[in-house]
Design a protein around this ligand. Sequence first.
Ligand SMILES: Cc1ncc(COP(=O)(O)O)c(C=O)c1O
Length: 444
Amino acid sequence: MRQASLFTAFVHLSNAPLGGAFSPSTLPSAASRVSTLLRNASPSSTATEPPLNPLLSKIKPSKTVEVFSLVKQMEAEGETVTSLCVGEPDFAPPQAVLDAATAAMANGHTTYTAVTGTLELRRAIADDLKSRKGIEYNPVTEIVVGNGAKQCVYQGLLAACGAGDEVIVPAPYWPSYPEMALLVGASPVILETSVNDGYLINPEALDQCLKDHPKAKVLMLCNPSNPTGGVHSTDLLHQIAQVVEKYPNIIVLADEIYERLVYTQDGKCTAFASLPNMFSRTITINGFSKSHAMTGFRLGYLAAPARFAKAASVLQGQITSCASSVSQAAGVAALREVEESWLENNAVIMKKKRDYVLEELGKMDGVSVAVPPDGAFYVLPDVSKYYDGDDTQLCLDLLKEKKLALVPGESFGAPGTVRISYATSMEELEVAMTKLREFLEGLS
Ligand SMILES: Cc1ncc(COP(=O)(O)O)c(C=O)c1O
């Protein structure tokens, strides 16, 4: 088995200045950037420069964003890179959404809106949550529209906890969760899950974790999960809710941004807030990026009991004021005009891609997926047989040698794995799976 043989070369190359000139054929420069970005990401200052906020020394930049930036950079320099690193649907937003955005601009809807969003959009969100999830939110007091679900997660956390508190983050996790916990002054507590449980939360382990961490204020629940694609069943969610009931200080931050992409028989993802006694304990996060391919519109929302929604709106009022008025008009169209069949069809297509990737991974020696993922558009195969489990080095060499971009599992709290995003064309997936197979075969 080949070990981390190129690491010394990467370290050597990483001394090259990051902003230097970079010709299309200079892969070593690109490689050095990968190495620098992935291995040595903390911001720093010299003795002569004014210092940065010390908080920054605790925060890691997102590796997904970094790998993606690097791919874009390599492409701009003439490389052809196969990228399965970004969490972005490969389909276009529905026409009704695009038309609504154009109409909003043409009709002068180009000004600030209420901090919490237009009432029209909040009503559409409340109606959607009621009809599909059976939860009643008051659109006036319990819904806050923000600039993407990411901002809503941050504001939800900031509303619910702060310095001295702890945030339970089940691993593997979306990398922003622990970093955001640190940003709000709290400490992330990692709750390990088992690959054999499909990386889903084990209620007994959660109970023990909450017992051991009386300072815990928030449980992050990513359902369906990025990066594992795991979907907690209704039954499992009930068991988690029963544990949560025992700890009255705990708020569940239920990030359900992938809930329209579920591949089980019924295709449903139960909203945590809809469970008995959980409405008052849940901050629900959702948005339009994954369901309606509206990543660039930067539109998401938080739905929660009024005091949390109020707190989030006070915070947002001091940070970004409101989401884009044009995006909000597009959001209304997404919820009011897009046919259910459009969303269902995307899930059918995505499931075919998942099945293809799982089949191909199944043929690769030393690659395993213990439980097939049931949602989102990610697979997190175990590749720990290679590179002594150094997934970052594996991704570095894969990018350098095969121009295939995956994200190291280590950044999701899952060392020895890599995250594959299959939200791309079948042609691209075929190329990617061939490259991965050839690369791994070359290591054996
Ligand atoms: C789990 C999870 N939550 C939230 C987001 C953020 O979504 P948005 O584009 O709406 O900010 C992402 C995006 O990758 C995600 O994976």
